[in-house]
Design a protein around this ligand. Sequence first.
Ligand code: CP
Ligand code: NVA
Length: 327
Amino acid sequence: MNLRGRHFLKILDYSPQELNYLLDLAADLKEKKKERIITEYHRGKNIALIFEKTSTRTRCAFEVAAHDLGIQTTYLDPASSQFGTKESIADTARVLSGIYDGIQYRGFGQEIVDELALYSSVPVWNGLTNEYHPTQMLADLLTIKERFGELKGIRLTYLGDARYNMGNSLMVTCAKMGMHFTACTSKEYFPADDLVSYCHEIAEETGATITLTEDLDAGTAGANVIYTDVWVSMGEPDEVWEKRIKDLKPYQVNCDVMSKADPAAIFMHCLPAFHDTKTAIGKEVFEKYGITEMEVTDTVFESSHSVVFQQAENRMHTIKAVLAATL
Ligand code: CP
Ligand code: NVA
């Protein structure tokens, strides 16, 4: 398998074989990290990390993964670069290609990262756009594989806003890997029709299934993985909170939801999560709308079903695999 020079923009661009290769590589790199084996395969290289939105996991994962591979990083935040304001995407791509061996982009529309890749002569990695979050998918697959030993046939139910980066990405990923994806949410929050149709086509080849339902019982019955994400994503206006809470509260992951799933089901979340009032936004929402927990209850988040911190750690190992393979 040779992925050298490839961009990593969305899961749709990768075959199941290529994704499995990256997962095996990540598992190997994880083991090496635990054994403190040096893996400086890309010593002397440099990568740029463009962040137009905030991050804890993705930034830290890229920086540590790069360091472990012998790569130097430059972090560019929205305030300290010319990106998009004084310099076009195409010009930035050509400037950075001359200095760096790879470019990570986190920000807004998928078309931005696509354009960066178009004008870049070095690999571009998508660290989250409004539409997709592909590096998160690798971490999630590795976590599921670690728990269940396989991916094919796993039943994953996603509750919440399934039209955004996490819902879209999970649907595509399940279709590719022969998993059973269910979006269990209010109709308005189902993924877009064209993406659903495309995933149905992929699913026919891989044995996956795609289900969209508003029925909480049917959608969660026997699920191996219960997955949710924040109800309001980065970059969305504050005005949407009230309606989101009203629409998505019935799909909150709580003990009742977990009891409908398979008894050995795991709870997953890309994080950050609003499961208490210990954050500024959590507090603000409580003061305004009177709820102390949002997409997941604190009990489920802290329960033995929850693998969220294993997922978070796996961001680093899987991003390391992407860097190691594509540079
Ligand atoms: N899951 C995730 O992408 O987290 P950050 O926003 O902290 O990078
Ligand atoms: N849907 C979330 C994912 C965060 C990792 C967001 O875009 O804010």
